[in-house]
Write a protein that binds this ligand. Structure first.
Ligand SMILES: Nc1ncnc2c1ncn2[C@@H]1O[C@H](COP(=O)(O)OP(=O)(O)OP(=O)(O)O)[C@@H](O)[C@H]1O
Ligand SMILES: Nc1ccn([C@H]2C[C@H](O)[C@@H](COP(=O)(O)O)O2)c(=O)n1
Length: 231
């Protein structure tokens, strides 16, 4: 990317949304690193509440109790793209929140309106005056509709499952068919929260490698960076 004005870059908000396994985290981190921006993984925050519920003995299908108690855990997020970290009550949960147990429960927790309200407020605080790449499901529509760059990442379901299975969940190799079924289930449950903004650029990553995706998003940021002072 050509050198953009530093002051404008410090205000930019790049929103990346899309289904599970479409490459949001990898792309968002890569863009943030390349442009010297902060990085916020909002899914990690929903995962952190889910991890807390599982450990606090709160049933993840008990929406009323989740709504009443979701303010209890203190969730801290480090927005450094070289070392993103999430803690719950001071415990580093960056790895355990990727476990299969959390992954299969998180959609129930993230569907609870009180949980969303609380985390969205925190996400907006973290976005602050910008200089950040934020990824999730509702960033361009709900969390930061003012974002200067909005990207909706997609990829063929089979390709997403293969990429995810190759990576494994928290270090365990898992088979592609099972991964595909679990991802499809999660996308179905998340469909109410996942929204493509009408002004988002749709980027299908099926045939793109990660560097190409990062290049495309950085090019969009470069085009829009001049508008950062105007919003
Ligand atoms: N363009 C790409 N080409 C090849 N592999 C990719 C690409 N983008 C991401 N990956 C790989 O696909 C896997 C899933 O990517 P990533 O975790 O970034 O997706 P995600 O959309 O954030 O998923 P989730 O919503 O489930 O957290 C990772 O192993 C990542 O390295
Ligand atoms: N802005 C967001 C981010 C995430 N979620 C939900 C949907 C996912 O199932 C879960 C975990 O996200 P992931 O780490 O897989 O990106 O959190 C949401 O509702 N809104």
């Amino acid at each position: 990317m050509e050198a953009a004005d530093d002051a404008d870059l410090r205000r930019i908000v790049v929103a990346i949304d899309g289904p599970s396994g479409s490459g949001k985290s990898s792309a968002a981190r890569g863009v943030a690193r390349r442009l010297g921006l902060r990085y916020l993984d909002t899914g990690a925050m929903y995962r952190a509440v889910t991890w807390w519920a599982l450990h606090a003995g709160v049933a993840v299908d008990d929406a009323d109790t989740l709504a009443a108690r979701c303010g209890e855990p203190v969730i801290e997020v480090d927005t450094d793209p070289t070392a993103p970290r999430v803690t719950v009550d001071g415990i580093d949960v960056s790895r355990p929140i990727r476990s299969r147990e959390v992954t299969n429960a998180v959609s129930l927790v993230s569907a609870v309106p009180a949980v969303r309200q609380r985390l969205i407020a925190r996400q907006r605080e973290l976005i602050g005056d910008g200089g950040i790449v934020v990824e999730g499901r509702d960033i361009g529509t709900v969390v930061a509709p003012q974002a200067h760059v909005k990207v909706f990442l997609t990829a063929d379901e089979d390709v997403r499952a293969r990429r995810r299975a190759a990576e494994g969940l928290a270090g365990m190799r898992v088979e592609v068919d099972l991964t595909r079924r679990e991802m499809a289930r999660r996308d179905r449950l998340d469909s109410k929260q996942m929204m493509k903004a009408s002004d988002a650029v749709v980027l299908d990553t099926t045939d793109l490698d990660l560097d190409q995706v990062i290049d495309e998003i950085c090019a969009l940021a470069n085009e829009r960076v001049g508008a950062c002072g105007q919003r």
